[in-house]
Design a protein around this ligand. Structure first.
Ligand SMILES: *Cc1c(COP(=O)(O)O)cnc(C)c1O
Length: 415
């Protein structure tokens, strides 16, 4: 990574940028929502398009000089349509949260009703949490996963929908390890005349590669992020049928945002093109196979894997049955010291707090980008188990750190 221009004018920032490259090379990123983009995507994101105002859409801009901005936006849109098979795509949302904001603004009035999954059960802040604009603007009721199985309880969801009469039902989650039955949730939404928003932020890439069922063409709206299981740089995306195209585009601009981040749209175009190559399907398949290997390793060592396994890129562990006195934060901190970066997470039926919850969430998208196969992922799983068993033992942490360093060295990230 060449930060010589930054170093020339601002050594303090250059230190931080180089420090971050070094940190990513020498630790294992297992936060389920993180990945490593290619240098091509980074170059597009760091391009001269950051200078360009392009309010509006290709063909109807409010500023002159948008020739090349139009080129990248149209490329991003065409590639997204090919990846997900959507009729209409808006590639301008700055983030996944703003993609959701676009849908709510387009279809709801303040005070309208949202039915969504509870945050501690795997939902997302932008699905109606009181601290988020959604919780302050809309009337929110939440469903849960079955505390016994860890699966979405579709029957109870249907009953709740019947009683609450929502305007929109939100599916798609942050910490749900199982395949989602989009048709079933669509039926629930239709039965109460509500829209259905499927937020595939976490599994955007898995859906594009066909390793997770797609809600496109099933749900009324599909939102996604472009930086989790697909490596197109930080951002959001909205997909819908032609009948909602105008409303969605108006809600994103001028409704929720001003000028689009055209350098990020360029990153999306490049990352989507990478995802259209045959290798990406292999990547997505390996991501899921690695997550299964990780879940299996945890189970074999007596850890409680929520729902008993995984269908996607993430594994959720409930520490309470095997380690009742150990919290997710204890494990997160010891793992960070050993060079494995994941997050403490709430689990279904959480009995602690959101800040110091009872579980950990581990994802495989970033490791898989670095070339980890199932065997190497099992090795990482074993290292995590050692820390879970002995999180307060410095010798264990130091020993694990050495093994982590060897794994990092064997899987270089950037040249
Ligand atoms: C990650 C995520 C988002 C998007 O988050 P941003 O940080 O705003 O990009 C949206 N919904 C869900 C379910 C997520 O997990």
């Amino acid at each position: 990574m060449d930060y010589s221009h930054v170093r020339g004018v601002d050594p303090a920032v250059a230190d931080a940028l180089e420090g971050e490259v070094d940190r990513q090379q020498n630790t294992l990123a297992m936060i389920a929502s993180e990945n490593h983009v290619s240098e091509a995507v980074m170059q597009a994101q760091g391009s001269a398009l950051t200078n360009k105002y392009a309010e509006g859409y290709p063909g109807e801009r409010y500023y002159a000089g948008c020739e090349f901005a139009n080129d990248v936006e149209l490329l991003a849109i065409d590639r997204a349509k090919e990846l997900w098979g959507a009729e209409h795509v808006n590639v301008q949302p700055h983030s996944g949260t703003q993609a959701n904001m676009g849908v709510y603004l387009a279809m709801l009035d303040p005070g309208d009703k949202i039915l969504s999954l509870e945050l501690s059960h795997g939902g997302h802040l932008s699905h109606g949490h009181p601290a988020n604009f959604t919780g302050k603007t809309y009337d929110v009721e939440q469903y849960e996963v079955d505390p016994e199985t860890g699966y979405i309880d579709y029957e109870t969801l249907a009953e709740q929908a019947e009683a609450f009469d929502p305007d929109i039902v939100v599916s798609g989650y942050s910490a749900y390890p199982r395949a989602v039955d989009w048709e079933r949730i669509q039926d629930v939404a239709e039965s109460v005349d509500a829209y259905h928003l499927a937020d595939i932020a976490h599994i955007t890439g898995l859906v594009a590669a066909g390793v997770h069922p797609s809600p496109v063409g099933v749900a009324d709206f599909v939102t996604g992020s472009t930086h989790k299981t697909i490596r197109a740089g930080r951002g959001g995306i909205i997909m819908c049928g032609e009948e909602h195209a105008k409303a969605i585009d108006n809600a994103v601009f001028p409704g929720a945002q001003g000028g689009p981040l055209m350098h990020n749209v360029a990153g999306k175009a490049v990352g989507f093109n990478e995802a259209l190559q045959p290798e990406f399907t292999e990547y997505a398949e390996r991501t899921v196979a690695n997550a299964r290997a990780l879940a299996d390793t945890f189970s074999q060592h007596g850890l409680e894997v929520v729902s008993g396994g995984t269908d996607n890129h993430l594994v959720l562990v409930d520490l309470r049955p095997s380690h009742p006195d150990t919290t997710g934060k204890d494990v997160e901190e010891a793992l960070e010291e050993a060079g494995i970066v994941l997050n403490a997470n709430t689990v279904p039926g959480e009995t602690r707090s959101a800040f110091n919850p009872s579980g950990i969430r581990a994802g495989t998208p970033a490791l898989t980008t670095r070339g980890f196969d199932e065997e190497a992922t099992r090795e990482v799983g074993e290292l995590i188990v050692r820390i879970v068993d002995d999180y307060d033992d410095q010798e264990t942490i130091d020993a694990v750190a050495e093994d982590v360093q060897a794994l990092c060295d064997a899987h270089p990230l950037y040249d």
